[in-house]
Design a protein around this ligand. Structure first.
Ligand code: GLY
Length: 355
């Protein structure tokens, strides 16, 4: 046993090779490469193309994730993201630029589908790092971003079903005769079987993170999200918090995350992973160590019967030399990579066996 966490269920990762890639002769000879969470294959491809065209690394990742922010099928990011408990979409995002070590972020931003672009503007056109709520909204308006309703009908129906299922004592009644298959599938996909055989819905915390390295050894990263579904209005997750949901040090490497943001906020997880790499850890070792630290610090109410965290969390880690890894608390997740070998999804290495 290590602290309160049972070692039973750990996957033995010894011998599991990190996704090590060809590293050139010198420290700054790495090939261009872009990695992201598994929902980001289009993003890595776009960002990589922009890097080849000579784009700045921050512009490349922000443009890449913009494709996912635009996509209403992804209910964890941008337009079509799941709303807060009042049915209003609130977005968080940050961008960090390795060469200048500058960053910008927005939190609880309503009405603009590209929070990562607004975050980039905060970085470039203010003396600040983080704008929130109505201030972020006014700033986006001032810079000409187009305001719109981000709540799609699909997201609204998911939110409504969640609201109607909260209590038998309130006045919100579900329409049991007209079950919506897409909405039912959503709830099934996001539920886990409990020990007593019932299904428990777990609120999604999907997000997209994207990190890149260009051929000149410059790195940048961004994370953008609609945050935890049905959150308390004003809840800010890890994604817009530098050091929690993303971090890059151009002399060391980059890390970003998807999953339960509170765990990253409590552990400064992305900063920790980069610092572990500074101390000599590989991207996989750094990400796994951060997962172990988070598991050890998880409160009892968020543990399963085996003492493991009952939430999913992933890190996408890349060193300045282009070595990279995706790691997750539990198996089943993939991450996207684009480099000279093309675009592909690779499996995340998991800390624990399947739940
Ligand atoms: N990782 C996304 C969130 O918790 O908001």
């Amino acid at each position: 046993m290590t602290s309160a966490v049972s070692r039973r269920g750990f996957i033995n990762t010894a011998g599991v090779a990190a996704s090590v890639c060809a590293v050139g002769a010198g420290p700054r000879q790495a090939p261009a490469r872009v990695i992201s969470s598994g929902n980001g294959a289009a993003a890595t491809e776009r960002a990589y193309q922009l890097l080849l065209e000579g784009a700045d690394t921050a512009d490349a990742v922000v443009a890449g994730v913009g494709l996912v922010e635009d996509d209403p099928r992804d209910t964890s990011v941008g337009y079509g993201g799941l709303p807060n408990e009042h049915g209003i979409v609130e977005l968080d995002a940050a961008v960090m630029h390795g060469p200048s070590h500058q960053c910008g972020a927005v939190a609880s931003l309503q009405g603009f589908r590209h929070p990562a672009q607004v975050a980039l503007k905060v970085m470039r056109r203010t003396d600040h790092v983080l704008l929130v709520g109505s201030g972020a909204r006014k700033f986006a308006r001032a810079h000409g971003f187009v305001e719109e309703n981000l709540l799609t009908d699909h997201a609204r129906r998911i939110w409504l079903r969640w609201k109607e299922s909260l209590s038998k004592e309130d006045d919100w009644l579900s329409d049991e005769e007209q079950e919506d298959a897409a909405v039912r599938d959503f709830f099934l996909k996001n539920s886990v079987m409990t020990a007593n055989g019932s299904l428990r819905f777990r609120r999604p915390t999907g997000t997209i993170h994207c990190s890149c390295l260009n051929a000149a050894g410059q790195m940048s990263c961004t994370t953008t999200t609609s945050g935890m579904a049905f959150k308390i209005p004003g809840r800010v997750g890890d994604s817009p918090i530098i050091g929690a949901g993303l971090y890059v040090d151009n002399e060391v490497g980059s890390c970003g995350s998807t999953g339960r943001g509170e765990a990253n906020l409590q552990n400064q997880a992305s900063f920790a992973a980069v610092e572990l790499m500074r101390g000599g850890a590989s991207p996989e070792e750094a990400g796994m160590e951060v997962l172990r630290r988070i598991a050890a610090k998880t409160v009892a109410r968020l543990r399963d019967q085996e003492g493991r965290p009952d939430f999913q969390l992933s890190f996408y880690v890349m060193s300045k030399d282009g070595e990279y890894a995706g790691v997750s608390m539990f198996p089943g997740l993939k991450f996207a990579v684009t480099d000279e070998q093309g675009t592909r999804l690779e499996p995340c290495v998991a800390l624990y066996e399947a739940r």
